[in-house]
Design a binder for this molecule. Structure first.
Ligand code: F6R
Length: 238
C-alpha cells in the first residue's frame, strides 16, 4: 500500500480531491465508487469548489455508492442517497440518473445486490473507489467477522457501528439494523482505491489495515491484496 501522510483533515481532503481531479481530467466518462460518512465530506466540498470554478466536470461521470442502510427510504435524511445528493450530486454538474445507490427499500434485497454487482460490471467496472475506515476496521458495511462475503450483500450491523452511527439519528433505536453493502470482492475489483483515514480514533484500525496480515476481524486488511491502494492519512492517524 502506498501511504501519504498529511498534516490535517483539510490537507487530506485536498489530496484526495487532487486524485479525483486528475482522473476526471484524463477520463471524463469515468466510473467513480463513492463513500459516505464524515471522512469524505471535505473532499466532496473541495470537488464542488473545483466544479464551480470550471476545473473539473461531472457531466459524463457515472457513480456507484458503496452501501446503504436497510431498510430505509431514499427520502429519509439519514439515507446514504440523501447524503450523496446533499454533499455532492445537488451541487455539481452531474446527471442524477448516472448516480447509483443501493435501494434501501428493495423488496428482494438479494436480487437488488446481485443486480448491483451486474450494474457495476455493465458500467465497465469502477475506475476509482474512495473509502473510509470504521474504528473496528470495517470497509463499507463489511464488519469484522469469522468470514467475509465477497459480493454485494445484505448484512447485520454490529453494535459498535450502530453506536458510532447513532450520532446522525435522533436515537439509537432509529438506526437501521441492516445494510446493503458492496462486498470486499466487489470493492477489490476497482482499478484504483484511495482510503482516507483521519483522526487518532482510527489509528488502531489503520495499523491493522497496513500490517500486511489478512484478518477477517479487520476487513480493511484485505485491501493489501489490491495492487493500487493509496492510504491518505492525517498525522495523528498513523
Ligand atoms: C460509508 C461507509 C463506512 C464509513 C466508515 C467510516 O459509506 O461505508 O464504511 O466509511 O464507517 O465512517 P466515518 O467517515 O464517518 O468515520
Amino acid at each position: 500500500m502506498n501511504l501519504i501522510v498529511v498534516k490535517d483533515y483539510e490537507a487530506m481532503s485536498r489530496k484526495a480531491a487532487d486524485i479525483f481531479s486528475a482522473l476526471l481530467t484524463l477520463k471524463r466518462d469515468c466510473v467513480l465508487g463513492l463513500a459516505t460518512g464524515s471522512t469524505p465530506v471535505g473532499m466532496y466540498k473541495e470537488l464542488q469548489r473545483r466544479n464551480r470554478n470550471g476545473e473539473i466536470s461531472f457531466k459524463d461521470v457515472k457513480t456507484v455508492n458503496l452501501d446503504e442502510y436497510y431498510p430505509i427510504s431514499p427520502d429519509n435524511e439519514q439515507s446514504y442517497r440523501h447524503f450523496m445528493n446533499e454533499n455532492l450530486f445537488n451541487h455539481v454538474d452531474i446527471n442524477l440518473s448516472n448516480t447509483h445507490v443501493l435501494n434501501g427499500l428493495a423488496e428482494d434485497p438479494d436480487k437488488e445486490c446481485a443486480e448491483y454487482d451486474a450494474l457495476i460490471d455493465s458500467l465497465g467496472g469502477i475506475d476509482l473507489q474512495v473509502l473510509g475506515i470504521g474504528r473496528n476496521g470495517h470497509i463499507g458495511f463489511n464488519e469484522p467477522d469469522e468470514f467475509l462475503v465477497p459480493v454485494t450483500h445484505k448484512t447485520k450491523l454490529t453494535e459498535s457501528t450502530i453506536e458510532a452511527n447513532s450520532r446522525f439519528f435522533a436515537s439509537l433505536d432509529e438506526v437501521p439494523r441492516y445494510s446493503l453493502t458492496m462486498g470486499m470482492g466487489s470493492i477489490l475489483k476497482a482499478r484504483k482505491i484511495i482510503i482516507l483515514v483521519s483522526g487518532k480514533e482510527k489509528k488502531e484500525a489503520a495499523r491493522r489495515m497496513m500490517e500486511g496480515v489478512l484478518d477477517t476481524r479487520c476487513p480493511a486488511s484485505f485491501l493489501s491484496l489490491h495492487p493500487d491502494v493509496t492510504v491518505i492519512a492525517t498525522e495523528d492517524a498513523v
